[in-house]
Design a protein around this ligand. Structure first.
Ligand code: UT7
Length: 342
């Protein structure tokens, strides 16, 4: 598909910064597979229910001694190899996660140590399933402003540690994994054309984990009351996801003066096939424009679009010069969309 002439929105706003390219991507998923048949033995559910209501067939579960930072470091090494970047070149590491190895220090510091990226500043971003898009937009600001030359952005989750494996409403949905991207200024590439971010704290109660923070620190009572597991009001979250992802995608396209038909590949947050289909329908996208790997990994929150972006690139679905739309939605509520000229 030859893209029509489009406007770089950053230029439209008299943007003086330099373009930010995605120079490399990488992902990692743990080897252990948990199938719908396995879940049938754990809670009252069925392969048929999970598949028809969500599109998920199986998900990956990290090993006991394998943490969010381990998966993040594996994905990062793959992104660094694609970009031809060494650990010493990295100026900044941003990890998007809701399942840090521990409350502090941040997971980005633990990744810095694992990679040997001694020069890098490091911090985490918590925007749930929208985290990778939030982190991309933040990382980009440091490239375009010429503050840093090389930024490593990661979405990584070990959701299996905060899933209540006795709650069939949620435990069938989630999985573990990580995806990463190297941001740099590269010749002949517009890179990240725009990113849209949004939030609605009024709906914070739709998807949350009550325990472990200052409101409800860990105690024997909080553990007994199962406060350290995620909770979701599924139907309401679903409705908000469709609305917010459609709105964010539309806004990102508008900012670039792009029509959906010009987008080679749409990478939506992988939460539910019915959400992906509804967002695609509303946008007027053809099914073949939508990238889906939900069937194999379930919802990996901040890692979701990062893993999908890597798989779309490495499988050849995205070629240099293609226009890519990524769009996500998550707890907060938060949402985001970005247009990348690959
Ligand atoms: O990543 C952040 C964003 N997350 C999302 O966007 C997730 C959004 N929500 C969803 O994807 C869907 O709402 C779910 C997949 C979570 C649920 O699908 P639903 O079509 O909204 O089902 P429901 O919650 O209305 O439940 C329908 C029925 C209920 O039974 P009754 O009350 O009708 O008798 C549930 O108890 O399905 C039952 N049910 C299950 N049955 C078998 C719920 N979970 C299961 C299950 N197996 N795992």
């Amino acid at each position: 598909m030859t893209p029509k002439k489009f406007t770089n929105p950053r230029a439209k706003h008299n943007f003086q910064g330099r373009p930010c390219s995605v120079a490399g991507v990488g992902s990692y998923v743990p080897s252990r597979v948990l199938t719908n048949a396995d879940l049938e033995k754990m809670v009252e559910t069925s392969d048929d229910w999970i598949l028809t209501r969500t599109g998920i067939r199986e998900r990956r579960i990290a090993a006991e001694g394998e943490f969010t930072s381990d998966m993040a470091a594996m994905a990062s090494q793959r992104a660094m190899a694609m970009a031809g970047v060494t650990a010493e070149q990295i100026d900044l590491i941003i990890v998007a996660t809701i399942t840090p190895d521990m409350p502090f220090p941040n997971t980005a510091c633990l990744v810095q140590r694992k990679l040997g990226a001694k020069r890098a500043a490091a911090f985490d971003v918590e925007a749930a399933c929208s985290g990778f898009i939030y982190a991309l937009e933040i990382g980009q600001q440091f490239i375009t402003s010429r503050t840093y030359n090389t930024v490593l952005v990661i979405g990584a989750e070990k959701l299996s540690t905060i899933v209540d494996w006795t709650d069939r409403n949620t435990c069938v949905l989630f999985g573990d994994g990580a995806g990463a991207a190297i941001l740099q200024n590269r010749e002949n590439s517009h890179g990240l054309l725009t990113a849209v971010m949004g939030a609605d704290g009024n709906n914070a109660d739709l998807l949350f984990m009550p325990g472990g923070g200052s409101q409800c620190p860990a105690t024997a009572d909080s553990v007994a009351a199962r406060q350290h597991y995620l909770r979701m009001t599924g139907k309401e979250t679903f409705k908000n996801a469709v609305q917010a992802m459609y709105g964010a995608a539309k806004e990102a396209l508008k900012q670039c003066d792009l029509d959906i038909s010009q987008i080679k590949c749409i990478i939506p947050h992988q939460a539910n096939q019915r959400i992906i289909d509804a967002v695609g329908d509303r946008l007027g996208a053809k099914p073949e424009q939508l990238f889906v790997n939900l069937d194999r990994y379930g919802n990996t929150s901040a890692a979701s679009v990062a893993i999908a972006l890597d798989e779309a690139v490495t499988s050849g679905r995205i070629q240099r010069g293609d226009l890519v739309l990524i769009v996500a939605f998550g707890a907060g509520l938060t949402w985001g969309a970005a247009v990348i000229e690959w």
